[in-house]
Write a protein that binds this ligand. Sequence first.
Ligand code: ZN
Length: 203
Amino acid sequence: MQNNINEIDELVKLISKLPGLGPKSAKRIILKLINNRDELIKPILNSLTNVLKNVSRCQLCGTLKSNSSGCNNCENFPKKYNKICVVENIADQWSIENSSIYQGYFHILGGTLSSSNGFKKEDLLITSLVEIVKKYSIEEVIIATSATVEGQTTAYYIQDSLRDINVKISKLAQGLPVGGEIESLDDGTLHSAFKNRAQIGND
Ligand SMILES: [Zn+2]
């Protein structure tokens, strides 16, 4: 499909930036949208506007929350939970929740420490993690970062940031495939990685 309609070219460029979509699938999506203005374009516009206005990251734990209500993750904490599962991003939180291996409080860093993607310590929610652990009697911090160089560097930095606090720190089992990102793991692998997690510091 070759066209010279600027509006469509612009949209193809934008939609191609979405995960798993290239220009070809972007064009198919756009044709579907154009052919269904009332059923798709209008409600999607509406829905995106609502998300833009009303959904944001919780400044304490980093998960997504609706601005009109409190953060679901923080709401039950620390009354109900005494463990914290630290993940890189919200997709990882969703994968772990879906696998039902862990029900509890999550802390979402928002990325990993890396020289290549430019994330620095200040960009990740590590300070608020340390504050939460200090403030409440947390029994265990489970570090569930990916088995990538960045994920492991981040895990080490978190461990180091918590070294003066009396809390058990554990990391998902080595069985995690090297380079494995949490969100792409199947439930079985996640279950065994959680079950066989190893304590890495602070008794
Ligand atoms: Zn929160």
